[in-house]
Write a protein that binds this ligand. Structure first.
Ligand code: C5P
Length: 225
């Protein structure tokens, strides 16, 4: 599919995928794909256009025609939708929940595949999501499945949203995250699960730097970087 080395990182929300993927990409000087943002943006753009998220053909057209770009800023990747910076808007748990509704649709997933694969450019790609290892970069030689306890994941997400100045309640967030995990794991297409060739890493007791280091060590072993 591609000769470009890919590190596929999958797992449920709050397992640390985004932070780890960003840290690894920075250290290796590789490209970064935050695939979840594409589902979040699709849901946002559909909502703004007044489209019902269950209206498959209309949401699919939105996904295919997304006018989105990712700009490397000093504080990380900025997500720009039709010239508007939506980086923070798409991070809310509501945006995540809406993303997981459109993500159940196989036609929407199909519409986003080519866009995701286009991120695989030299010298390499670190991609995070739910189906990086199982579907989008099935041939990746390094697949990682990050997990953490539900309580720990909710805590991390809570802190992340609080740090962004968002008003969230921990019990409500835990409930929403569990509901989203259930939707992602039980859906018919590309359900969230570790592939047989994935290295599973429980990050509950690990700090983010330790996880980044573990991934870098695996990348050195697999890709000789
Ligand atoms: O990773 P993030 O929380 O941003 O993803 C938002 C939602 O998008 C997930 O809950 C999931 O439903 C969907 N998603 C997906 N496949 C991916 C990435 C995200 O279905 N590769």
């Amino acid at each position: 599919m591609t000769d470009v080395p890919v590190i596929a990182i999958d797992g449920p929300g709050g397992a640390g995928k985004g932070t780890v993927a960003q840290g690894v990409a920075r250290r290796l000087g590789w490209h970064l794909l935050d695939s979840g943002s594409l589902y979040r943006i699709t849901a946002l753009a559909a909502n703004r256009a007044g489209i019902d998220l269950e209206n498959s053909p209309a949401v699919c057209a939105v996904a295919r025609d997304l006018d989105v770009r990712f700009d490397e800023g000093g504080d990380g990747l900025r997500v720009i939708l039709a010239d508007e910076d939506v980086t923070d808007v798409i991070r809310s748990e509501q945006a995540g929940a809406a993303a997981s509704v459109v993500a159940r649709d196989s036609a929407v997933r199909e519409a986003l595949i080519a866009r995701q694969r286009a991120f695989a450019r030299p010298p390499g790609l670190v991609a995070d999501g739910r189906d990086m290892g199982s579907v989008v970069f099935r041939d990746a030689k390094l697949k990682i499945f990050l997990t953490a306890s539900v309580a720990e994941r909710a805590q991390r997400r809570y802190k992340q949203l609080k740090d962004k100045g968002m008003n969230v309640s921990l019990p409500a967030l835990s409930r929403d995250m569990e509901e989203r995990d259930r939707r992602d794991s039980e859906r018919a297409v590309a359900p969230l699960r570790a592939t047989e060739d994935a290295r599973v890493l429980d990050t509950t007791e690990l700090d983010v730097q330790a996880v980044i280091q573990r991934v870098i060590d695996w990348a050195a072993e697999v890709y000789r970087v």
